[in-house]
Structures are given as structure tokens and as C-alpha cells.
Design a protein around this ligand. Structure first.
Ligand SMILES: [Zn+2]
Length: 279
């Protein structure tokens, strides 16, 4: 009886003739169409069919915006665990394992250099490090970037990508909102421009402080931007929220941001704005 049992040996495919197809394609989060990963990489991680903007790392962002030759600052700053916080896993463990996995010591990277020739101080947030959350070190690094812009008489650009304040550091993370905001007030007194770039997602205490304090607040298309989540708001105001609520396009329509700029045009847009501000 060999109804289901294979009698002959299965055909062996030699190693060099095997084609690896796994992981080459993804289903687009925007249009649900199949996307070839190489196409996505070649298009700055933006869907060619629907323009869905995927998240990019802090260093990819820096290379996209800055001219070659930038230098990194404050790279050695790292968080401690002042509250000995334990949730699903201890905060200490995340702090120990993430730098190797993500390639950064904290959720923001500070650099200085030029953008289309303009001297710039830039901070780019890294979402893969605890959701780009703002703890004491993120607050300190962004404050130092602002102070560096003042000292060297440069414009400041901050690219936000964050779930908000870091709950693992409790009130200490909330204090960063005031600290960064007051440093930005100094920058303003020196009449130096600050351009805030909001990417998907920019939420919580980051939106409630420096992300919305730019001389220009520019967002990428379709980015989630808000303070509290939609479910919390619906429960509080007891109303159904409109479609597209908390997306860049909705915010632009309601005067909350100044422009929506495609990733490929971002550098040109920022430098054009800086020419206006600086000259
Ligand atoms: Zn798409």
C-alpha cells in the first residue's frame, strides 16, 4: 500500500540552482500591492505606486539630507535606568541589547555639517530604539544640538519620529519637554531658524514640545501626527473622529503644519526655506 507514501527519493535541487525568493517582496502598507524590496530601496523607501512613506533609520535620514562630510556629536551619551523600571521586560535589558541591534546608543543622532552648502546642526530620531521615545538622554542630546546651533551660529533641523515620552523614565522624560522648549526659546532670541520635520509617527510629548515649535513645521505625506491616540480622544469627547484624523493632510487642512513635502524633495525644500530665513 503506497497511496500516500513516496516510494522514490524526492528530486534533489543542487544548491547553486535554488532561487531564493523569500523576503524579496512585501505587501505595501498603503496600497496593499506587491512591492519589490529593491524598487523600494531605490526610491528612498517610498512606494512607487501610492507614495506610502516607510520609516527610515536615523543614519539613512542624515545621508539623505546632509552633504557628505558631516560629523557626529554626543554619540557616547547613553541612558541609565534611574527608576529600575520593569514592564514586560526590564528597561535595563533593552538598554543593554538595543545598541548592538539598532546601531545607535540612543533614540536620536546629532550631526553637524552642511546641507546644500548651508551650515546646519541636525538631530534625527531613530524609531527602532524603543519607538524613538524621548528619555533624559534624547532630551539632553536635542538640547545640546540647539546649544551647538547657537554657539556656531547655524540653523537647526530636527527630524522627529517618535512614540512620545519614554514611560520607563517617568517624570524625568516629561521634564525634557520644558528643557528643550526653553533651549529653543534661546535659539529664537538669537534669530536662528529652526525647521521641524515630522515623520510617521510623531506623537505624545514630542509633538507636544519641540516637533510643533519650528519656525516651519514640515511633514512627510501620510504621517501620523498627534498627541493622544484616537481611541482615547473618542472616549473623552464621546464623538466619532473623522477619516484621516491625525494624518499630515488633515493637519495641513486645519492649519496645524506649514507644508507636506515628499521625501525626495525634502532637502531642496529645507534649503530653499533656509535661504529665505538666513539671507
Ligand atoms: Zn503602495
Amino acid at each position: 500500500m503506497t497511496w500516500f507514501k513516496r516510494e522514490k527519493k524526492p528530486i534533489e535541487v543542487p544548491e547553486e540552482k535554488r532561487v531564493v525568493t523569500e523576503g524579496l517582496w512585501i505587501k505595501c502598507l498603503g496600497c496593499k500591492e506587491p512591492l519589490w524590496k529593491k524598487d523600494l530601496e531605490g526610491n528612498l523607501q517610498v512606494c512607487l505606486k501610492c507614495s506610502y512613506h516607510y520609516k527610515i533609520s536615523a543614519y539613512d535620514r542624515i545621508n539623505l539630507l546632509m552633504d557628505p562630510g558631516w560629523s557626529e556629536h554626543d554619540a557616547s551619551l547613553h541612558s541609565v535606568d534611574p527608576l529600575e523600571f520593569k514592564a514586560s521586560k526590564p528597561y535595563k535589558d533593552s538598554l543593554a541589547s538595543l545598541p548592538k541591534k539598532v546601531g545607535v546608543l540612543e533614540a536620536v543622532v546629532n550631526v553637524q555639517g552642511r546641507m546644500d552648502g548651508f551650515p546646519i546642526v541636525l538631530s534625527a530620531m531613530e524609531y527602532n530604539f524603543i519607538g524613538g521615545s524621548m528619555g533624559s538622554v534624547v532630551g539632553e542630546k536635542i538640547t545640546r544640538a540647539i546649544e551647538r546651533a547657537i554657539e556656531t551660529h547655524c540653523a537647526l533641523v530636527v527630524v522627529s519620529c517618535s512614540g512620545g515620552a519614554r514611560m520607563q523614565e517617568g517624570a524625568l522624560s516629561l521634564m525634557q519637554m520644558a528643557k528643550i522648549s526653553s533651549a529653543l526659546a534661546h535659539l529664537d532670541q538669537k534669530k536662528l531658524p529652526y525647521i521641524s520635520v515630522l515623520t510617521d509617527p510623531t506623537t505624545g510629548g514630542v509633538t507636544a514640545s519641540f516637533a510643533m515649535l519650528g519656525d516651519l513645521n514640515i511633514a512627510e505625506p501620510g504621517a501620523l501626527i498627534g498627541f493622544a491616540g484616537p481611541r482615547v480622544i473618542e472616549q473623552t469627547i464621546r464623538q466619532k473622529l473623522p477619516d484621516g484624523f491625525q494624518r499630515s493632510e488633515f493637519l495641513l487642512d486645519h492649519g496645524m503644519i506649514d507644508a507636506i513635502v515628499h521625501r525626495k524633495d525634502m532637502k531642496a525644500f529645507i534649503t530653499k526655506s533656509l535661504k529665505f530665513f538666513m539671507n
